[in-house]
Design a protein around this ligand. Structure first.
Ligand SMILES: [Zn+2]
Length: 320
């Protein structure tokens, strides 16, 4: 209970309590402090003790009146108890106007019981999160409206059943790497998974980038927007990198990608989702085969990091 008399008490009640508090505090210290100069030595030794006792008595009086005010405040709210019928679940429910002044002024009873009210708020928040997701990812219009059964039902189900944590709170997976040919439904599956996670309210915001956007990295290095861009990818709750193998991986891009996976998987411990047509480790590393041998090594490190943290799902295997 907060010490919030302004909200619920009228001025008369407040005056009454202040007067009572003053009375009690005065009663707690009936004697004026003695003049030190005139005290005999013996009494002077006890002066400090007398002073602190007086202080304690004042504090007690203050606490007592405060407790009384709080009690009165609760009682005042209790007296405004009323009932209404929920327009959601049709059940009668009790509610409090909080102050009699409010009851006189508002008259309009609440339409929803607390449970239905919370549910309505949650629905609204979920709708807002999905709107923001659709707005930030214009392609979602296409992927979220994919009708019909997925081309690879087993793999699609594996994606939809992805879980970061077990019921016991153990980490199961830090993301998915979906490999396989085009038109096997890899990207659609991740969009559907993101929708499921966003609707369940656990993960937000979600960022989706494709090769086209990652291919702007060299430009962004030039115009100095690279930091802002990479930070967005690092901090998103969910990240999908679509068609990673279509990215032109220069040494600078390779080091940005390495840094991105390090920050997400190790520092922030947030998941990563990747789709690519490349299936083998050798082909993956070959994507990094710029003129510099270092690039090769970065590719190998990224592959090993992803292997270690994420679950790989092969969309080319049929009849699985
Ligand atoms: Zn209800």
């Amino acid at each position: 209970m907060s010490w919030n008399i302004n909200r619920n008490l009228n001025a008369d009640a407040l005056e009454r309590w202040l007067a009572e508090m003053e009375k009690q505090i005065r009663a707690a210290s009936p004697v004026d402090p003695p003049d030190l100069e005139t005290l005999p030595d013996l009494l002077r030794e006890h002066w400090g003790q007398w002073f602190s006792l007086k202080g304690a008595a004042r504090q007690q009086a203050f606490d007592r009146v405060r407790a009384w005010v709080i009690e009165e405040e609760i009682e005042a709210v209790r007296r405004t108890r009323d009932s209404a019928t929920c327009t959601g679940c049709q059940a009668p429910f009790a509610f409090y106007w909080q102050t009699s002044a409010r009851a006189d002024r508002l008259r309009q009873k609440p339409a929803l019981c607390l449970k239905c009210h919370r549910k309505a708020e949650e629905d609204k928040a979920r709708e807002k999160r999905m709107d923001e997701f659709r707005e930030a990812n214009p392609l979602s219009r296409h992927y979220l409206h994919q009708k019909g059964s997925p081309p690879r039902p087993a793999q699609y189900a594996a994606v939809m059943n992805w879980r970061e944590w077990s019921d016991d709170g153990d980490r199961l997976s830090q993301g998915l790497v979906l490999v396989g040919d085009s038109f096997t439904g890899k990207t659609t599956a991740v969009y559907h998974l993101f929708r499921k996670l966003i609707e369940s309210g656990h993960a937000y915001p979600a960022v989706i980038v494709n090769a086209g956007q990652l291919n702007t990295i060299p430009e962004r290095v030039m115009d100095r927007t690279i930091g802002e861009f990479m930070e967005q990818l690092q901090t998103a709750e969910l990240l999908l990198i679509d068609d990673l193998d279509k990215v032109r991986i220069t040494p600078r891009v390779a080091s940005e990608l390495w840094n991105l996976f390090e920050v997400r998987l190790r520092e922030h411990e947030s998941p990563v989702f990747i789709t690519l047509n490349t299936r083998t480790q050798r082909d993956f590393i070959r994507l990094f085969s710029g003129r510099e041998a270092d690039s090769h090594k970065v590719g190998e490190s990224i592959y090993n990091r992803l292997r270690q943290a994420c679950q790989f799902i092969d969309f080319d295997v049929t009849g699985a």
